[in-house]
Write a protein that binds this ligand. Structure first.
Ligand SMILES: Cc1cc2nc3c(=O)[nH]c(=O)nc-3n(C[C@H](O)[C@H](O)[C@H](O)COP(=O)(O)OP(=O)(O)OC[C@H]3O[C@@H](n4cnc5c(N)ncnc54)[C@H](O)[C@@H]3O)c2cc1C
Length: 413
């Protein structure tokens, strides 16, 4: 069986490594001419790190990422609502990593090139669609690409939130859904804050700050600190940014009035933002869950299958888990089409539930709930929302997303 993987992002590259580990040949076709370290911070949760550890990548991850120790949820004014240890510090058998998205992509690419060989990765190959028949599936590429087409037994579309393959499968699907939240994201070298391995989420959907270190700094004693500031406008009255304007460079003039809304004491936020020369603007979008992912020899994976709001740290994590499930299905079936259907039957309902929960704020919904009940802040948090209620929101999400300790620390399959 030969597998064609469209997209060399985190999902596509992990799929290639998983297939290789099971002796299934595959080739990756990526639109970009070269992999550049794009994006800023992401968190990869223990249930996904477990899969990367199974591929032998833990030492590499430790070299370029930070083992997240503790997570804090706060109000926008900086009042603590929830704190919990994370990863190994919470009793998982593997860490949670805070990492630069570009470093993770590069690390995966290097592993693919080393293990599968350079002939397995084709850069500068934007897929425009596919055709299939009884004998196999053909991926078609844009004019000007080195290869006009590629043939295989199955095709995995890991081509991200704007997936061309998904568009062919669902031509009448409405566009991306925007909830009115604009995100500004940047990373800059700073002194460590708190214990140097902590993550802070402050504020609900209207104004939110996310802060965590993602790598050791180039200067000894410093860390590369990732920050995200979000602000929600009314999506009914404001048009979402055009796709060409995604990842546009932000300006301090536009952002600083929003930054001043936060009263978080763990770091000098205005100074942090001012010290960041380049940061990027991005709308918070997802899509409605699909009724099916698999059409004969073709299936969807990662953001192509289930783009979700980036709350609860699940975008990359769920793509990695998809990759494992898909590779297992292909390894245990003689028939590619049956394997793809089995994979989708397992992963579609699970990820649809996370898309739904993320629309309500995911575990961070606990912050929205506090701000809703006490918009001016409160002296006694427990009188506003009990510890049990707070825990129910946070833990309910962890169980749905598959990363309670029992779900992660299971015996290896
Ligand atoms: C440039 C970029 C920056 C990002 N920054 C962040 C961030 O800062 N924080 C965060 O939480 N998440 C970020 N994300 C999203 C995050 O990486 C994904 O949610 C997650 O990793 C799921 O991975 P994926 O492989 O499904 O999709 P992606 O990581 O988006 O990978 C999709 C890949 O497919 C390629 N591709 C797209 N169209 C085609 C095509 N037609 N033919 C061939 N290849 C194609 C893309 O170039 C990309 O390499 C970013 C994604 C991208 C592409």
């Amino acid at each position: 069986m030969k597998v064609i993987v469209i997209g060399g992002g985190i999902g596509g590259l992990t799929t290639a490594l998983m297939l290789h580990a099971r002796g299934i040949p595959c080739e990756v076709f990526e639109a970009a001419v070269q992999v550049r370290e794009l994006g800023v911070g992401i968190n990869v949760l223990p249930h996904a790190i477990r899969e990367l550890a199974g591929l032998g990548l833990l030492p590499e991850l430790d070299r370029v990422a930070i083992r997240t120790h503790e997570l804090f949820y706060m109000t926008r004014a900086g009042q603590e609502i929830w704190r919990e240890p994370r990863g190994v510090d919470a009793g998982y058998d593997v860490p949670q990593f805070s990492i630069h998205r570009g470093y993770l992509q590069k690390l995966l690419l290097e592993a693919v090139l080393e293990r599968l060989g350079p002939q397995a990765v084709h850069m500068g190959q934007p897929c425009t669609g596919f055709s299939q028949d009884e004998g196999g599936v053909t991926a078609h590429f844009a004019p000007g690409a080195a290869l006009a087409q590629a043939r295989g037994d199955v095709l995995i579309a890991a081509d991200g939130i704007h997936s061309a393959v998904r568009r062919q499968m669902f031509p009448n699907e409405p566009g991306l859904k925007w909830n009115g939240v604009m995100m500004w994201r940047g990373a800059v070298e700073t002194d460590p804050f708190l214990d140097g391995r902590s993550m802070v989420v402050a504020g609900g959907f209207t104004y939110k700050l996310v802060l965590y270190p993602i790598a050791p700094g180039r200067t000894p004693g410093k860390v590369l600190t990732n920050w995200v500031v979000t602000h929600r406008v009314d999506p009914e009255t404001t048009a979402p940014p055009r796709r060409e304007d995604w990842n546009r460079r932000g300006t301090h003039d536009e952002l600083m009035p929003h930054v001043e809304k936060f009263g978080v004491a763990v770091i000098d936020l205005p100074a942090l933002v001012r010290a960041t020369p380049d940061f990027y603007e991005y709308p918070m979008c997802d899509r409605d869950p699909l009724p099916w992912w698999t059409e004969g020899r073709v299936t969807l994976l990662g953001d192509a299958a289930h783009p979700m709001y980036p709350v609860g740290s699940n975008g990359a994590s769920q793509a990695i888990i998809d990759a494992r499930a898909l590779a297992d299905a292909l390894a245990s079936s003689e028939h590619g089409r049956a394997a793809l259907a089995a994979y989708a039957a397992q992963r579609l309902p699970a990820t649809a539930e996370i898309v739904r929960l993320n629309r309500q704020g995911g575990p961070e919904g606990v912050i929205d709930e506090v701000e809703r009940r006490a918009p001016e802040g409160c002296a006694d948090l427990d009188a506003v929302i009990s510890f049990e209620e707070r825990r129910a929101i946070v833990r309910g999400y962890a169980a749905a997303a598959g990363f309670t300790q029992d779900q992660v620390n299971r015996p290896s399959a």
